[in-house]
Each structure stands twice: as structure tokens, then as C-alpha cells.
Design a protein around this ligand. Structure first.
Ligand SMILES: CC(C)(COP(=O)(O)OP(=O)(O)OC[C@H]1O[C@@H](n2cnc3c(N)ncnc32)[C@H](O)[C@@H]1OP(=O)(O)O)[C@@H](O)C(=O)NCCC(=O)NCCS
Length: 157
């Protein structure tokens, strides 16, 4: 099933819903991947939204007016975009929302003159690695961290 909806920029008015999607999505997905001593119950704490929105371009997928998925685009190095904060609310996963957001950000990246897109995910996040591989991203490296290795992925645009 493909959910109908539209994608637009996120503003501070969406701040609470943005936090709910990211914190709920993160809890449900990563509690079993990140060791408890490193796990943050709220990866996006109250008060952190304005600075985050000012630091990168956040987009949201809205279904029937409700924000159900988010993703952000920033610059990694000159000519290379970086996809960040990719979260779809658990109730709306496997409906094409994540795919629509990634493709939208790739279009914005091309418009900005980027020739490739990079991202990082967690080694144990097999669902995320499958998702990005299906979208054409390949693994380019592995960066060990105390809590779990980062898997680096990239796609030419
Ligand atoms: C990863 C995530 C963004 C995918 O969003 P989504 O809207 O559910 O993805 P889509 O419906 O567009 O899925 C497209 C394809 O990706 C793959 N995929 C998506 N979720 C998957 C899962 N849980 N397990 C295996 N493959 C998966 C499938 O091939 C899927 O196609 P299919 O449904 O026809 O089989 C979403 O699961 C999520 O928010 N997870 C929690 C947060 C997270 O891990 N974010 C990534 C951080 S780097």
C-alpha cells in the first residue's frame, strides 16, 4: 500500500509532532540495538527543535494533514548532501512514506548542485540498511562507536 500525502518544509509549529515522531520512532527501533547505558529515551529533547530546524532543511510527509514522517537534508562536504533524521511514525511504516521522503530530498539535493548523497545508520539496524539498499544506496564504510558501529552509505545522484 502507498499512503497518499504531500511533502513540505517543517516549521516550528510542527515542533511537538516532530519530537513525537522522532522520539517514538527511535525508541521503538533502537532500544534493542543501542546498549542501555548509551540509549537516550528522548533523542530529541524538549527545547532542541528551533536550533535543529535552523541548522538543516527539514521536510515532512503529511497524510490527511497529519505529519507522519520526517527527514532532513544538510551538506556533508562541498557537492555532497547528507540525509539525516529519517523517521516514519511506526503506525505508518511500510507504506512508501520513507521512500517518498528520500526521493524528495534527492531532488532538492540535485537542485542544490550536489552530485551524491550520504547517510549513516547503525550496524544493527538491518531494516534501515535494507530500506536504503532498495533505494540504491551502497555501503561505503564502517565507523566503530562505543555504542554500535555506524554504517556509511552513499548514492550518486
Ligand atoms: C527506515 C524507515 C525510515 C523506512 O520508512 P518506511 O516508510 O517504512 O519505508 P518504505 O515503506 O518506503 O519502504 C521501502 C522499502 O524499504 C524496505 N524496508 C522498509 N522497512 C523495512 C523493514 N522494517 N525491514 C526490511 N525492509 C524494509 C523494503 O524493501 C520496503 O519495500 P516493501 O515494503 O515493498 O518491501 C522506517 O522504518 C523508520 O522510520 N524506522 C525507524 C527509524 C530509522 O531506523 N530510521 C533510519 C535512521 S538512519
Amino acid at each position: 500500500m502507498t499512503l497518499d500525502g504531500n511533502i513540505s518544509r517543517i516549521s516550528e509549529d510542527d515542533g511537538e509532532v516532530l519530537r513525537e515522531i522522532i522520539n517514538t520512532g527511535n525508541r521503538e527501533a533502537y532500544r534493542s540495538v543501542i546498549p542501555p547505558e548509551y540509549f537516550k529515551d528522548e533523542v530529541l529533547p524538549e527545547g532542541a527543535v528551533p536550533e535543529l530546524l535552523a541548522s538543516m532543511d527539514f521536510y515532512g510527509f503529511r497524510h490527511a494533514g497529519r505529519l507522519v514522517g520526517v527527514a532532513a537534508l544538510t551538506v556533508e562536504v562541498e557537492g555532497v548532501g547528507r540525509l539525516r533524521w529519517m523517521y516514519v511514525h511506526p503506525k505508518f511504516q511500510r507504506m512508501g512514506v520513507g521512500t517518498a521522503l528520500v526521493r524528495h530530498l534527492e531532488e532538492k539535493a540535485v537542485e542544490a548542485g550536489y552530485t551524491s548523497m550520504r547517510l549513516r545508520t547503525a550496524e544493527g539496524a538491518h531494516w534501515a540498511i535494507s530500506f536504503y539498499e532498495k533505494l540504491g544506496y551502497g555501503i561505503t564504510g564502517r565507523n566503530p562507536r562505543p555504542w554500535c558501529a555506524d554504517i556509511l552509505m552513499e548514492r550518486a545522484l
